[in-house]
Design a protein around this ligand. Structure first.
Ligand SMILES: Nc1ncnc2c1ncn2[C@@H]1O[C@H](COP(=O)(O)OP(=O)(O)O)[C@@H](O)[C@H]1O
Ligand SMILES: [Mg+2]
Length: 342
């Protein structure tokens, strides 16, 4: 099969995406597919015609980017040409030659449905859910409304109207940007001073910010593939909450899959994951994050429509728990994603 793996982009999760993309590229090549690895923002400056017949070092092309600092201004400057487009040179032409584009993107750009909509309009097939459900899942304030309308428990929250919103939260509370990911723009505030600082920082990312009740309890995540839940993972950071550092620094968090919890709680989380997936209208796959409070209630935090796909990411761990290797998981995602086009 001819596959373009799209990674990179210009979101705060660019670096994570480059790791996901590199691993998916290697896995699919190992399975014998014709694969092109492309940075959606930097694009390809060479001749895009007959791309699958060209002998390019795609890994070398992208690896030097992965090691550079995640400084988005530097990435912009490195493109070497002036364009307002966040789609890099020849990306569409190259994607149009593929049987499918594997979406290894995370974060607002790539996960928010806009690229999916452009692909629908340009006749490009891609992995993961469609543009509308991706957009619904991306915005935490909207997703939480959809959860509530469908009986999916989620922590109570308030959407701030701006940095001067007079809302007074109870403490501790969680301030988070609506379109973030990887815990970027998520702050736990224990008092008014911390809350004010958190608001200031959050609004420096984007104009949509929610304040959520802090739920003390145990954290879990569960992946749903084609409407069926995989085994649940428990996430226990050794220090603090599941922030960027604890997500991506090896050994910082203990991840247990399958989670050592009762069959009853496992089923409750899995049912809630499937309900959240269905409520948002997600197709193909997603990973849903939860906290189970000390009150025993299951609270859904969010749904990730393009979750991390590094070999140590959570979905590959859940897949491994049911005997599915990383390359097999990549192929399964392609197979189920092609069903969107039947
Ligand atoms: N209401 C909450 N109560 C307690 N911890 C929370 C809450 N919301 C978020 N967190 C912590 O912050 C992390 C990131 O929040 P999440 O809503 O999943 O956003 P992201 O899209 O950045 O992953 C969670 O994994 C959890 O550790
Ligand atoms: Mg999360």
């Amino acid at each position: 099969m001819k596959i373009v793996v799209l990674a990179g982009g210009i979101s705060t999760e660019r670096d994570v995406s480059l790791v996901s993309g590199t691993e998916i590229y290697k896995a699919l090549k190992g399975k014998g597919h014709d694969v092109v690895l492309l940075d959606v923002y930097l694009g390809f400056k060479g001749d895009p015609s007959h791309i699958f017949e060209q002998d390019n070092d795609w890994l070398g092309n992208i690896a030097h980017i992965a090691t550079s600092a995640p400084d988005l201004e530097a990435v912009k400057a490195s493109r070497g040409y002036d364009s307002p487009s966040i789609i890099g040179m020849n990306v569409i032409e190259i994607c149009q030659q593929a049987d499918i584009v594997f979406m290894a993107l995370h974060g607002d750009f790539g996960e928010n449905g806009k690229l999916q909509a452009m692909f629908d309009l340009t006749g490009i097939r891609y992995t993961g859910t469609d543009s509308f459900s991706a957009a619904l899942a991306m915005d935490k304030a909207v997703a939480k409304q959809v959860f509530m309308m469908n009986g999916v428990g989620t922590p109570p929250s308030h959407l701030l109207t701006g940095p001067d919103d007079p809302y007074t939260p109870g403490y501790p509370c969680v301030v988070k940007i609506c379109n973030g990911g990887s815990s970027i723009g998520v702050f736990i505030a224990n008092d008014e001073n911390e809350y004010k600082n958190a608001i200031k920082k959050a609004f420096s990312y984007e104009g949509r910010v929610i304040v959520e009740k802090y739920i003390k309890g145990r954290e879990f995540t569960d992946c749903v593939i084609e409407g069926r839940a995989l085994p649940v993972v428990e996430i226990a950071p050794k220090e603090g909450f599941y922030d960027y550092k604890n997500k991506y620094q090896a050994g910082a968090t203990v991840e247990t899959c399958p989670a050592q919890i009762s069959d009853e709680l496992t089923k409750q989380i899995q049912d809630c994951a499937v309900a959240a997936y269905k409520a948002l209208g997600i197709r193909t796959y997603a990973r849903i994050d939860f906290i189970v409070g000390e009150d025993g209630k299951v609270y859904c935090l969010e749904a990730n429509s393009l979750p991390g796909m590094t070999p140590t990411s959570l979905i590959p761990q859940e897949a491994a728990a049911v005997g599915l290797s990383f390359p097999d998981l990549c192929e399964q995602i392609i197979r189920i994603s092609l069903k969107k086009y039947e």
